[in-house]
Design a protein around this ligand. Structure first.
Ligand code: HEM
Length: 142
């Protein structure tokens, strides 16, 4: 088995991107589960049922979204962080770091070509997610 030596910059970028992506996925997981607006609205509704107060469904959802917002703000910070790191990752090869290998070189084994193909698909998906995220935030703020 070939042992590859990765530079300190390579390792740092790799782990920063991995940690950022993991945290970003946690925000999505929370939004879809515990911090889901309908769940939170139901908790508030259940509490109000034990008192003599009431809110409309629309008011409950507004309140639920407000409670969720500080958590979701982290999705946006992490999204910006990841966008910066991903851009750096594509710029670094210009300075001789983190070079991309030519994915379909003849000398590569089929397994390695497949591996490189999967990396390309992954990069494509992340670039699409980052761009749509940035467009969303841009359109919300304008
Ligand atoms: C790998 C990168 C990213 C992934 C996988 C991702 C994933 C998601 C998902 C799954 C949703 C929909 C949540 C739902 O409706 O249940 C979402 C919404 C959103 N994302 Fe991202 N995102 C990424 C990057 C970004 C970036 C870079 C930004 C901006 C800086 C961003 C800002 C937003 C905003 C503003 C929403 C909409 C929230 C709303 O409609 O209330 N995302 N993202």
């Amino acid at each position: 088995m070939k042992i590859k030596n990765y530079s300190a910059v390579y390792r740092m970028m790799h782990w920063s991107i991995a940690i950022c992506m993991m945290l970003l996925l946690i925000t999505i997981f929370l939004r879809l589960t515990w911090m889901n607006k309908n769940n939170v609205a139901e908790i508030i509704q259940n509490y109000l049922n034990t008192t003599d107060q009431s809110l409309t469904q629309d008011q409950l959802i507004v309140l639920a979204k407000k409670i969720r917002q500080p958590m979701w703000d982290w999705h946006i910070y992490l999204g910006y962080g990841l966008a910066v790191m991903f851009s750096l990752r594509f710029l670094l090869p210009l300075f001789g770091e983190m070079k991309f290998q030519r994915s379909f070189k003849k000398e590569l084994l089929l397994k390695e070509k497949f591996q490189n193909f999967i990396y390309l698909v992954f990069y494509g998906c992340v670039v699409i997610s980052l761009s749509t995220g940035l467009v969303k935030i841009w359109t919300i703020n304008n």
